[in-house]
Structures are given as structure tokens and as C-alpha cells.
Design a binder for this molecule. Sequence first.
Ligand code: 9WN
Length: 420
Amino acid sequence: MDVTWGSAEAVLADNWIGASTVPSRGLYPHQWSWDSAFIAFGLRHLAPERARRELVTLFSAQWRDGRVPHILFNPDTPPEAYFPGPAFWRAGRTSGLIQPPVHARAVLAVHRADPAGSGAETFLATLYPKLKAWHGYLRTYRDAGGRGLASIVHPWESGMDNSPAWDGPLSRVTPVDPAGFVRRDLEHGHAADRPSDEDYGRYVRLASAYRDCGYLDERWADVDGGFTVEDPGLNALLADAELALAEIADVLGLPAAAATHRESAARVAKALQETLWDSASGFFFARDVRTGERTREYTCAGLLPLVLPDLAVAPALVATATGPRFRLGEVHGVPSYDLTAADFDPGRYWRGPSWFNVGWLVRRGLLHHGEHALAAWLRDDLVETATGTGFAEYADPFTGTGHGARSFGWTAALTVDLMS
Ligand code: 9WN
């Protein structure tokens, strides 16, 4: 057996907690929403029944309004192991926020890897209505801007917490006093690799405000200083998820439903291009719904629309990706932020380092748009960097040095997937 494959498999075995996988034993000791979807892409090659279990467990925590919570807390983990824990959220076993909807694509891939395995026969039929409700939540309750795009109400919802794109909208949020909470993340990660105390103060202020309005999106618009942003990454993944849902409906013999999902995917993709694409810059920028202004930071979220097969602007977006701001094909992975920006930081979380899930998504996009050589290069680079860093959470784009957690779940899982 290949050494890389074997060590990735060992990471996933170590991080398995019985019905799901933790992103990291120390830093993130619970189940996270988009992590589980990425992890399932790898698990399907190793243990398809575990991949199915991972996703079924996550959806067992779905809320009545359709939202899939961003964290499902593990009852066997001591409450003080992660902040903010269940006592903060006051929402039972879960948080009240969301993360990007990569689940339908994962469900379809898991099904295809093992369509006849034991338990496989009910897997798609069980998850289809849940996925439909999840996407429905995003397309209705979260359409705060009224343009057919889903909004996020907290940076954690983007999955790219301290992305520079959120600095503008976050500047209106008053940080809570850092003496009021304990940052458990700093017990496991270097402060220089993590968001700042001021960022955390703002995250806590926003999360408490959303909690205090009962997690009701219709009340959020009236909350002063609230954060409401259309993220190109989340919306591209939503359009792609609707395409995956159409394929799932086809497999289930529901052609009319499949057509509806394709139409919905096309609507989101159209809104994405009309609202967030800037042709002069050749890039997708986030939009602050509260001010109506587009943000100006080039972050890796703006590259994620490449996952959409019908993307008229793909050549211009690939040109930006290979240009000086991201230097795709020259540096390791896909930098999370503009390499030419004065505040680019190669080690700090979502403000520069390359993340493996983003590289994996961009590689898929490159394949859709005929960039086969670049996609092959990126695949090799991701596998090499993941292995060389002990499956780090993220890496310095210039040196390939690992940062953040090691033995990180999706890094191991996506490496297995890239090697399959
Ligand atoms: C907050 C688990 C998650 C990832 C996110 C990443 C980080 C959490 C944190 O870890 O966020 O949700 O505590 O910093 O930004 O993408 O899903 O791996």
C-alpha cells in the first residue's frame, strides 16, 4: 500500500468518533458541516458505509427550518474543549449557524462509489428530501438581498472565518471584551496562525446577537450592526449543489424534480454573475447587503465559481487565478488571499495560506474548463504538500510549510480522493 494513502487512512481512523469524524482531535473535537462533506469524499474510497454514516449523522441534526447547523456537538467531549460550545448557542446539540452547502455533491459521490453496498439502497432516498429542505432554507430564508443569492450572517458561515473580504462589513461590529470568554483554540494552535482577539470579539458579538434574535432570519435585518453578506464561494457551491441534487433526483427516477433543480441552479448562477462578477477586474467579489457595496478584496472564495460547468466568464477567471494575485501553477495550492496585497500573510488562517479543500474544489473547476495540465499540476502539488506537512490544515503558499492543526480530517480525506 502507498505510504501516503496508508497515513491518510490512519488519520481518518483516528479522527472517527463512532458515527462521524472530527476535523482535528485537539482544535475541533466535534462534527463540522462542510468538513463532514469533504471527509465523505475520501471515506467513500476507504469505507463507504462510514461515508454514508458521516452524512446521515450530520443530517440527523438538521433544524425544522431546513438549516444544517455548522457544528454538531459530540456529547462525549468535555464542554470546555471548544469555544463557543453548546451552552453558548443554547440550541441543544448544535450551533445555530451554517456552512457552505457541499453536501449534495458528497452524497452523490458516496452513492456512486458504492451503489449496491448494504445500506446504500435507502441512502439517497433518505437524504434527498433533507438536501432539498437545506437548499430551500438557503434560497428563501437567506435571500436577504432579494436577488436570488443566499446571505451569510456571520464570517464562520463562509467557512473562511477571518477572510479579508469580511473586514469591511465587520468593521461596524463592536467587539465584545476579550475578558468575557476564553479562546480554547489558542491551546492548540499558534496565535500567529489563528484569527486575532479582535476578530474573535466580533465573532462572539455577532453570534450572540443572532442567537438572541432566536436565529430568526426575518428578524436579523432589523438588528443594528448585523452582518449580511453575499459570498461568491457559498453561492457557487449552492448552484453546484442544486446540479448535484438534480442528478440525485434523476437516479431516484424523479425527472420533473431534476428539471426544477437544474432551473434553480441556473437562477443562482445567473444571479451570481449579475451581482458579484466584476468584468473590469475579472473576479467575483462578495457584496455587503447592508450597504449594497461590493467588497474589493481578492480572496479564494472568488475563484470558487469555477466549479460551475456553464460559466461564461471562466476564461477571465482562470486568467486571474494564474495571474500575479494567485499565481496558480507557480506557488503551492491556491492562496486564500491576494499575494500582491499589502496585508497578505502566508501563515495566518484565511488571510494568505493555501487550504486543501479550496485547492481540491479549484482543481475540479479547472477540469470543467479544459485546464487539464493545470489541474494535474495542482493535484500533484496538493498530494505532495499534504503528505509533506503531516496533513496540515493549511500551508504557506511559498514554502509549502504546514500551519494550523496536523492530521486534519479533510486534508487526509481529499488526498485519498485525489489519489483514487
Ligand atoms: C469555526 C473546522 C472548521 C472549518 C472552517 C475553519 C474553522 C472554526 C474555528 O474550522 O472554523 O467554525 O473554530 O475556527 O475556518 O472552515 O470548517 O475544521
